[in-house]
Design a protein around this ligand. Structure first.
Ligand code: NDP
Length: 295
């Protein structure tokens, strides 16, 4: 029976944010630059509203300027693109984040493409995706960047480790694979058409789960001593009401990993909440500081 370490992403993110605040203060004193992050929210998705408020609060706490723009649900794509163009040219704005998902009349890809890639602190622009894929410096998506920090903190050198990533989205799975390749891991990327997932997971020293399916990865799938990073955020239906899963309210939050069954088998695991989640905003601040420093 392995003693499983619970990876405290909340504490790690707090330390990182304190370090970012120190570096922001230095940039202000030495270069008279205050990093600025603009967040654009379209519509009134309650979960997005909570994320945007948290981002603004933590941006200000780090000593940066936070600019929030709220547009109505029926905003035309052209109106949003014009707002982005304005922010692209605003010298006080170093990072631009358009909160996803967007209402259905707006083409997400067009919006991501419209953000100046030098202000793309989300790392979603094709230029940044291409830079990451070809091993060149650019902005790395915040969630996989946070996962990598936790992995390095837990394991040190990742070279030669076999990592399996469950999920191949542009915002988590694919950039995570590129980052781990860069660290000299041997990387397997699994997705919904992958056959015999448990047998593949069994071979891995590192498991990153980002599929959006509650408690899917079981302890019995793991190689004993594996390190497990659970990116998933799933809200189970509330027992006491008929609120739907995935809403801002409702039942318990769980990851893509069956946490309880992994304890005693994994060497280390991130909890949900309190694992990867807090790292995402901290990495957004890191990227914003990087954009301001390069300006
Ligand atoms: P997407 O829905 O964009 O992608 C899910 C991926 O998982 C797809 O590649 C899909 O395969 C794959 N998949 C689905 N079911 C299975 C399965 N049973 N076995 C193997 N692969 C499967 O999700 P995201 O990448 O955006 O997010 C994943 C999870 O991470 C979600 O729970 C989300 O809420 C969470 N998340 C958390 C963040 C944080 O800050 N902690 C930030 C971002 C996301 P296919 O391509 O074949 O469809």
């Amino acid at each position: 029976m392995t003693q499983t370490k619970i990876i405290d992403g909340k504490a790690f993110a707090e330390k990182l944010r304190a370090d970012i605040a120190r570096r922001v203060a230095k940039l202000k004193t030495e270069k008279h630059i205050t990093p600025g992050l603009a967040v654009v929210l379209v519509g009134d998705n309650p979960a997005s509203d909570v994320y945007v408020k948290n981002k603004a609060k933590q941006t200000r706490e780090a000593g940066m300027n936070s600019y929030e723009f709220r547009l109505p649900e029926d905003t035309y794509e052209a109106t949003l693109l014009a707002k982005i163009e304005e922010l692209n040219h605003d010298p006080n704005v170093h990072g631009i984040l358009v909160q996803l998902p967007l209402p259905k009349q707006i083409n997400e890809a067009a919006v991501i493409h419209a953000v100046d890639h030098k202000k793309d602190v989300d790392g979603f622009h094709v230029v940044n995706a291409g830079l990451l894929a070809t091993g060149q410096p650019g902005f790395v998506p915040c969630t996989p960047l946070g996962c990598l920090m936790l992995l390095k903190d837990t394991l040190g050198d990742l070279s030669g480790k076999h990592a399996i990533i469950l999920g191949r989205s542009n915002i988590v799975g694919k950039p995570m694979a590129a980052l781990l390749l860069r660290e000299n891991c041997t990387v397997t990327v699994a997705h919904s058409k992958t056959k015999d997932l448990p047998a593949l997971v069994k071979q891995a020293d590192i498991v990153v789960a980002a599929i959006g399916k509650p408690e899917t990865v079981k302890g019995a799938w793991l190689k004993p001593g594996a390190v497990v990073i659970d990116v998933g955020i799933n809200r189970l239906p509330s027992l006491s009401s008929s609120l739907p899963a995935g809403g801002a309210q409702g039942g318990k939050l769980v990851g893509d990993v069956d946490f309880e069954s992994c304890k005693g088998i994994a060497a280390a695991i991130t909890p949900v909440p309190g694992g990867v989640g807090p790292m995402t905003i901290a990495c957004l601040l890191e990227n914003t500081l990087k954009a301001a420093t390069a300006s």
